[in-house]
Ligand binder design. Structure first.
Ligand code: ANZ
Length: 927
């Protein structure tokens, strides 16, 4: 019998499903291991061969861990709320739930074909009410919580209310909005219910606030910062503008420091950790107040270089700064307003990116320098961002490049701060410029100057040390239909939570998936959709990242009706041990998940500070496009002639993408090409060596480039085991690499060779129970060791080549010994689960059990070399190599040398005075 992948693979996939082979439970003595894939958004296009790369790697790892005796949780599900299904719904009227369901079924079929060892009984779908009720529940906990800086954790809002009732705001250290009131307990109690709620909203971790948002008119929704790329929406590439709106937000900034510290405790790729660090953007500095006596106000600035304060020659506010209107004098009004108008059209990114053009406007007012008391001009300029720090800077042209350009442009004073000549390093504490221009810090080092200045500013009540984070609170709302409803209703204009036992708040039906005529989100169309028949529900839905910010918990206990997951399940599975997914989620999903994880920990629902202990980013698989070359006529018009790659330079040609599925090893299938499009029907070919060779190029895998390869087609032709091995064989997991089917035959051939080890020349199953030879054991133990080491370091590609070498060796040795083949199957099982199950069963083992076999123990003694080729020297000069058994001692070696005719010839009769022998290293004869 030959190796027939179709029947074998279908048989075992059916077997695994029917026997629930990979169903995982918590009641076992085995140690746990949790392997997670980033779950897919089920798009209409289905999977291409790039998608399963990470899934195959994680499946290999999961299967390996099972063989190593672990109780492995390896689940899969769908991130099924989101824009594409909704866009499709708008175009076609089809309910997004229906499209989503169809897409999920397609995905499931494709995933099943690859032979993954998922525990499908734990599948989750974020758009299902029994899932999103818990997303809503977490939102409610966040609404009902505040961040106590003293305890460095979130607490129920009740504890804050209690503090207000006992001591007012006295002694409270909380993360909050900037405009919180200060009050005594009596004053608090005297506040109306409404005013109390308004105040509490400034502390809640989920809260409503007016914020500047990325508004995308074409999509009719707000987008998160990481969904806007170069000023346009990530999806669709539509323009995005800045707009002020009342928005739900998440106080992720309360966790900034913990998010930063946690990065030191997890095993993630360094570039990803660095991206999160930059995104969080911790800056250690000071806030300094510049008094404005005429307004009886201070301009507060944030600076990381308080040591440059004696070089301040003006201050600059963001055009949106709240004091701008009051500061602007009558004569400057027109200019300032024109400038503000101009700025409002620029996105923050544009403002940051443009470091060359200098623009700004003078307000006409002056502030007092906090230490010298001198007047400094107050300007506005768009290089100062409203949302960062305090939205104002002290400008030091002799220390900061942008301030320098600004001063030069507007002819403002430049006050030197150090004796260094170079502007850019004028006061750089790392270069040894000395401070000048201030008796107070002259002669100090930077390390001395900073604390001295902060102390002085503190004593004047004009400044203090401050840590600033670049990260902003996360917007948590979209004006779209296909998302989780926010479990909130409004009474007197204020938000209130619905009751927990009213969850889930179901997504209502609407007649169209578009905003209402009055510009309200689509949920505004739902008829009679009111809380207790009278109160308006929140009409925006949760953002795409809500459902994915906690999904790994739901897999632990997916059917739980009374909790997001039971305490027992959470205590057992703890955190994800290995997480594999794309690097595009660096600052979105991976940051939000860490935030929600920490929050749920603070409330006592679990004990893990970090959700994903180890993370690997799989590299992108790019497409490998093929081209044909259409010959052009004199006028440059396309003819029906196509010239092969090697001859194309002799013609005037137009390269055209050709579907990679009708090209084999870069050779075009001429008949299929003619059939592929009506205008190719009469195509004529200029061939080389009787073949049409196509050109190639590596590009993104995309329909428009005709280079999409569907895993189903590969599986049909070569089988899932070949696909799995081949995807790994392409190169290191983390690296980007082009898909290239050219080498797949080699992998397929390898599996046929494996098959043949178990069969005789007539194809009859035949293994022997004889004791294997040393050479056979050696080949086996080499692969046992290699694969174990490779998988532990996530180097999957190197295992595949090692398998090939091993099977070649065993083929040469004509191995068919059970003792060798049985272990070989176990080692190969994670990579090629179907063929190994089949052969395992043929060996007479209990069906299906190879997934739970024991990974063979590596025995080093089989690899110990028994022979060594000694370099033999005479008087220190190397003369020859002499292979000898390694267990020979000096005496035995001397005897061999005496007998050996080659050695004797070299000695040419000279008497040997001494033989220096180092076991396993050298022989030197002194004559
Ligand atoms: C005076 C100074 C002198 C500064 C000097 C730098 C160099 P990071 O590291 O990014 O936190 N800054 C503060 N708020 C700003 C805002 N809203 N928009 C634009 N720039 C702002 O940098 C903080 C520094 O960036 C601050 O320190 C401030 O300029 C500026 F030789 O103050 B510095």
């Amino acid at each position: 019998m030959e190796y027939t992948h179709q029947s074998i693979e279908q048989k075992w996939q059916k077997f695994w499903a029917e026997n629930q082979t990979f169903k995982t439970s918590e009641s076992t003595e085995k140690p746990k291991y949790y392997v997670l894939d980033m779950f897919p958004y089920p798009s209409g296009a289905g999977l291409h061969v790039g998608h399963p790369l990470g899934y195959i790697a994680s499946d290999i790892f999961s299967r390996y861990k099972r063989l190593k005796g672990f109780n492995v949780l390896h689940p899969m599900g769908y991130d099924s709320f989101g824009l594409p299904a909704e866009q499709y719904a708008i175009q076609t009227g089809q309910h997004p739930a229906i499209t989503t369901e169809a897409n999920i079924n397609r995905y499931r079929e494709q995933l099943d074909n690859i032979g993954f060892s998922y525990d499908w009984s734990r599948e989750v779908r974020t758009s299902e009410p029994n899932y999103y009720r818990w997303t809503q529940w977490i939102f409610m906990q966040l609404f009902d919580a505040w961040y106590n800086k003293e305890a460095d954790k979130a607490e129920p809002i009740a504890s804050l209310i209690e503090k207000f009732e006992n001591n007012g705001t006295n002694g409270i250290k909380a993360e909050s909005d900037d405009d919180v009131l200060r009050f005594t307990a009596t004053e608090w109690k005297a506040l109306s219910e409404k005013d109390q709620q308004i105040e509490l909203l400034k502390y809640r971790l989920a809260f409503l606030r007016e914020s500047t948002v990325n508004w995308c008119p074409a999509l009719g929704t707000v987008l998160a910062n990481d969904e806007v790329i170069n000023g346009v929406s990530e999806r669709g590439g539509y323009p995005v503008e800045q707009k002020k709106m009342m928005q739900w937000s998440m106080r992720i900034t309360a966790y900034a420091d913990r998010l930063l510290r946690g990065l030191d405790t997890i095993d993630w790729p360094e570039p990803l950790v660095e991206m999160q660090r930059n995104w969080i953007g911790k800056s250690v500095g000071a806030s300094v107040k510049f008094p404005v006596p005429q307004l009886n106000e201070n301009i507060e600035v944030f600076t990381t270089r308080v040591d440059t304060i004696y070089g301040v020659s003006f201050v600059v506010l963001a055009p949106e700064h709240e004091l701008v209107a009051d500061l602007t004098t009558a004569s400057q009004k027109a200019e300032v307003e024109a400038y503000i108008d101009k700025t409002s059209k620029k996105s923050e990114l544009d403002r940051l990116a443009d470091t060359k053009t200098v623009s700004g406007a003078f307000t006409g007012s002056y502030a007092k320098h906090p230490l010298t008391g001198e007047d400094v001009q107050i300007w506005i300029a768009d290089y100062v961002l409203a949302g960062y720090g305090t939205g104002a800077v002290m400008a030091v042209p002799s220390g900061d490049q942008r301030d320098y350009l600004f001063a030069k442009h507007f002819n403002l004073p430049i006050v030197p701060i150090s004796d260094s000549q170079d502007i850019s390093e004028a006061a750089d504490p790392n270069k040894d410029g000395k401070y000048i221009n201030s008796d107070f810090i002259n002669g100090m080092t930077y390390q001395e100057a900073v604390p001295a200045l902060i102390e002085k500013l503190e004593s004047l009540q004009l400044g203090k040390a401050k840590i600033n984070f670049r990260m902003r609170d996360a917007i948590f709302g979209r004006q779209r239909y296909w998302g989780e409803p926010v479990p909130v209703y409004f009474k007197d204009g204020l938000p209130y939570l619905i009751k927990e036992n009213e969850l889930p708040l179901l997504l209502p039906e609407v007649d169209k998936y578009l905003p209402t005529e009055s510009g309200e989100p689509p949920l505004g169309r739902a008829e009679d959709w009111k809380y207790q028949d009278q109160y308006e529900y929140e009409l925006s839905t949760m953002p795409g990242w809500a459902g994915s910010s906690w999904y790994w918990f739901r897999y632990m206990d997916p059917q739980n009706e009374s909790n997001f997951a039971s305490k027992e399940a959470v205590d057992y599975w703890k955190a994800v041990d290995l997480y594999i997914g794309g690097s595009e989620h660096a600052t979105g999903h991976l940051l939000y998940s860490r935030f929600w994880n920490k929050f749920l920990k603070d409330l006592g629902y679990h004990n893990e500070e970090e959700p994903f202990k180890k993370l690997i980013n799989q590299g992108m698989i790019q497409g490998r496009s093929n081209f044909v070359y259409r010959v052009l006529d004199q006028e440059g018009k396309g003819t029906n002639q196509f010239v092969s790659l090697g001859l194309k330079d002799q013609y005037n040609v137009n390269p055209l993408h050709v579907d990679v599925n009708i090209v084999h090893n870069d050779i075009l299938d001429l008949e299929k090409f003619k059939l592929s499009r009506p205008d190719y029907q009469d195509a004529e070919f200029i061939l080389e060596n009787g073949k049409y060779i196509c050109g190639t190029e590596v590009e993104k895998m995309s329909k428009s480039k005709f280079n999409v390869v569907n895993p189903d087609d590969i599986i049909e032709q070569y089988g899932a085991d070949t696909l799995r091995l081949y995807e790994m064989f392409l190169g290191p997991l983390e690296q980007a690499k082009p898909w290239n089917t050219n080498g797949i035959e080699g992998v397929y051939k390898f599996l046929r060779k494996v098959w043949r080890l178990f069969h005789d020349a007539e194809g009859k199953f035949k293994v022997s129970d004889e004791e294997p030879s040393k050479a056979e054991y050696k080949a086996l133990h080499k692969i046992i060791k290699k694969v174990e080491e490779d998988i532990e370091r996530f180097s999957f590609n190197t295992s595949v080549s090692a398998f090939m070498i091993c099977v070649n060796e065993l083929t040469d040795l004509k191995t068919n010994k059970r003792k060798i083949l049985e272990d070989l199957l176990i080692v190969l099982e994670p990579y090629a689960p179907h063929i190994t199950e089949e052969l395992w069963a043929k060996l007479g083992n209990e069906a299906g059990s190879i997934s739970y076999a024991n990974y063979p123990e590596f025995k080093p003694e089989y690899l110990v070399e028994s022979e060594f080729a000694y370099p033999v020297s005479i008087n220190g000069k190397m003369k020859m190599n002499l292979p000898l058994p390694l267990d020979l001692d000096q005496k035995a070696v001397e005897a061999v040398l005496n007998e050996n005719s080659d050695v004797q010839r070299l000695l040419d009769g000279k008497p040997v005075k001494k033989i220096i022998f180092v076991k396993g290293k050298i022989i030197n004869m002194v004559v």
